[in-house]
Design a protein around this ligand. Structure first.
Ligand SMILES: [Zn+2]
Length: 291
């Protein structure tokens, strides 16, 4: 029995080590992720054969997330000339969960924003929540991650896909193990999450339920600050009223846009050396500091 426990501990330890060392690496440090916002990946949750959650048979999550994402992207493209926006999907198509962060890593994005809608059997549950990677503090937060991570079941080969490191959506531990691993961008992710909740609450009818943490598969392998925004509950009449209308979607997009604007300003200000004459450029993109 003792031997068995020791073996089990060894296997779990080995798994954790593997996860740590298989995290995306090789990101060139001259771009210093988390020090600037030049490339943003917007990830509309679900799509195609994966519809996400449903609101009173009126609307599917995949349609709302796409509409809000496209509005948000347009706002950025229209007013931030130095920022490139990449979408993980622009149409109603299925994108596997591993592919979403993979796109962001490949182009060395500075910020990853996954947009989702919440759902609950209790139809009085309402409000938005912004998540970043970490151990959940309540069963409710874990449940949200479990539901979102279950999208993996639409992928026919997820059990053999090495990119998931043997993740089993049916195992309670599965949703927890990888939430313990990533921490390189926690501070920036927390900062951005806080801004998203503050700004959306200010202008949207949907109230804020705050900033939370849980183990989301789609955030796990991102090599940059990353968040998942649950923009509201499709199962709540009032939230749904906002989420399904063009105006409501625009208000939420505007809240997230304002959060990006403030985040970018603060992050880039902090990365700029105070005494420019004595300081060397902090990264490749600060070449304008050179004379
Ligand atoms: Zn979702």
């Amino acid at each position: 029995m003792k031997k068995r426990n020791a073996m089990r501990r060894f296997v779990v330890g080995l798994l954790l080590m593997l996860m740590i060392f298989t995290l995306p690496s090789g990101k060139p440090f001259n771009r210093m992720p988390g020090k600037q916002v030049k490339t943003i990946v917007i990830d509309p949750g679900h799509g195609g054969l994966d519809p996400g959650c449903n609101g009173a048979n009126e609307i599917w999550e995949k349609a709302v997330t796409l509409a809000v994402s496209m509005k948000l992207g347009k706002m950025i493209e229209d007013s931030m000339q130095d920022v490139q926006v990449i979408y993980t999907r622009k149409t109603d198509k299925f994108v596997e969960l591993w592919e979403r962060p993979n796109m962001a890593n490949k182009i060395k994005a500075d910020l990853f924003i996954s947009i989702h809608c919440n759902s609950n059997v209790n139809t009085t549950a309402a409000g938005s929540e912004t998540y970043f990677m970490g151990l959940h503090k309540s069963q409710g937060n874990l449940d949200v991650a479990k539901r979102e991570n279950a999208a993996i079941k639409f992928e026919s080969n997820y059990k053999t896909n090495e990119r998931y490191g043997g993740f089993d959506p049916n195992s309670p531990e599965g949703h927890i193990i990888f939430s313990l691993v990533q921490n390189a961008f926690l501070q920036q992710s927390l900062k951005f999450s806080t801004l998203v909740e503050a700004h959306t609450q200010r202008i949207s009818r949907i109230k804020s339920r705050g900033v939370k943490q849980a183990g989301f598969l789609v955030l796990w392998q991102t090599a940059m600050p990353s968040v998942l925004v649950e923009i509201g509950f499709l199962t709540n009449t009032s939230d749904r009223g906002v989420l399904k209308t063009d105006d409501g979607q625009r208000t939420i997009a505007k809240g997230i846009f304002r959060a990006i604007r403030q985040y970018k300003k603060e992050v880039e200000k902090m990365a700029t050396p105070k005494n420019q004459d004595d300081s060397k450029p902090v990264n490749a993109d600060s070449s304008n500091l050179r004379r």
